[in-house]
Design a protein around this ligand. Structure first.
Ligand SMILES: NC(=O)c1ccc[n+]([C@@H]2O[C@H](COP(=O)([O-])OP(=O)(O)OC[C@H]3O[C@@H](n4cnc5c(N)ncnc54)[C@H](O)[C@@H]3O)[C@@H](O)[C@H]2O)c1
Length: 347
């Protein structure tokens, strides 16, 4: 065994766990030594798929935490992120947690505190932050290239089939589509990626309004939600998140007095103009660009490992991941109270 490699355990061996395994394997910086899933056959299947023959397999993740590992990936249903992260921190393990950080701000705060107290890293997977295009737009925005911030938008028009996505096993077993386990629906699970990008570029939200509904899925939580909002920088904003809609498309759009950018899944459209030419825009330069490829989970995993090895703050620490959760929870609160919700959100 190479002593310099970070020894990693993976907790939750469902759909996304494979992206973590593959990221660790490609990094060359880690050794996966333990897997845990309460449905142990899933951990065994993951080990087999990736040829992890030496790995220890646990049904109970608390046993995995006693193993000789340095770090864990938390790839479980949302409601378990907090409990597992806090226990991992208490065992001195660094944590790479899947999004959303948790299903309440109290949970998120507990996780952040536990990791600080035990001097371990807490990174959360928001892989779009590693996109060079998103990073460039953020820099341009901060440099003032957009002029006066006017409007920002996060739109997720996705489709998830009711039976295969929400009730893969059966309605009673599935953690998806329930407030107690998923913590919400389309907003907290899918849309949160773009909410994170929107707030990362535009900055904090001052207040928002929101409504949601359940249109075509047999679930407790929302399959569509919308919000109008005001950012602290004065700009207005809009969020739409749904798993009911086809054709599927998504984008984050940022508009200022000099420039606008729409970052979609497959292309980016940037327009720049001369603000001084008055209401009649003199010259609009439009660029349609293919997005620069990036590695998603591989990048997030590598950043996490480097944060451990070089003892630095990860790219998306718990404090950063809390921000998109706060916005999503504020939309839920706005729907329930029927009014304006001002941030910071008090639970
Ligand atoms: N970053 C992304 O793009 C992305 C994509 C998909 C999912 N995710 C996130 O990854 C997480 C997992 O989602 P998924 O789609 O893989 O779900 P999943 O249901 O496929 O997998 C979750 C696994 O956790 C296991 N589990 C449940 N309780 C456990 C416990 N107490 N101990 C150990 N294992 C336990 C389940 O048996 C299951 O195998 C969620 O937070 C989800 O939002 C992120």
């Amino acid at each position: 065994m190479n002593e310099k490699k970070v020894r990693v355990g993976i907790i939750g061996c469902g759909i996304i766990a494979g992206s973590h395994v593959s990221g660790y394997l490609k990094s060359g910086m880690a050794e996966i030594t333990a897997l845990s899933d309460s449905r142990i056959e899933r951990a065994k299947a993951l080990a087999e798929k990736y040829g992890l023959s030496q790995v220890s397999i646990y049904e109970n993740y608390e046993e995995l935490l006693k193993d000789k590992i340095d770090a864990v990936s938390v790839c479980t249903p949302h409601h378990l992120h907090a409990e597992i992260t806090v226990k991992a921190a208490e065992h001195g393990k660094h944590v790479l947690c899947e999004k959303p950080i948790a299903i309440s701000l109290n949970q998120a705060d507990e996780m952040i505190r536990a990791c600080r107290r035990n001097r371990v890293k807490l990174a959360v997977v928001f892989q779009n932050r590693f996109s060079p295009d998103v990073q460039r737009v953020k820099k341009e925005f901060e440099r003032g290239d957009f002029g006066i911030p006017i409007y920002g938008e996060a739109v997720v028009k996705w489709y998830r089939e009711d039976k295969s996505y929400y009730h893969m096993d059966d309605v009673a077993k599935s953690w998806r589509g329930k407030w107690s386990t998923e913590g919400g629906g389309a907003l907290i699970n899918q849309t949160i990626h773009l909410v994170d990008m929107l707030q990362w570029i535009m900055g904090p939200v001052e207040y928002l309004y929101g409504i949601y509904g359940t249109m075509m899925h047999n679930i407790e939580t929302e399959d569509i939600g919308v919000s109008i909002l005001r950012f602290k920088n004065g700009a207005l904003g809009f969020i739409l998140g749904s798993v009911d809609l086809q054709p599927q498309e998504d984008w984050v759009a940022i508009y200022g007095s000099k420039k606008s950018v729409v970052i979609g899944s497959d292309k980016m459209i940037a327009k720049e103009w001369d603000e001084k030419s008055g209401t009649k825009v003199r010259s609009v330069e439009e660029r349609k660009e293919t997005l620069t490829p990036f590695l998603g989970h591989d990048d997030a995993v590598r950043d996490f490992l480097e944060s451990i090895v070089f003892d630095r703050v990860p790219a998306v620490p718990g404090e950063e991941a809390r921000k998109s959760l706060e916005i999503v929870l504020a939309i839920y609160k706005a729907h329930r109270t029927g009014g304006r919700v001002t941030l910071p959100l008090v639970e």
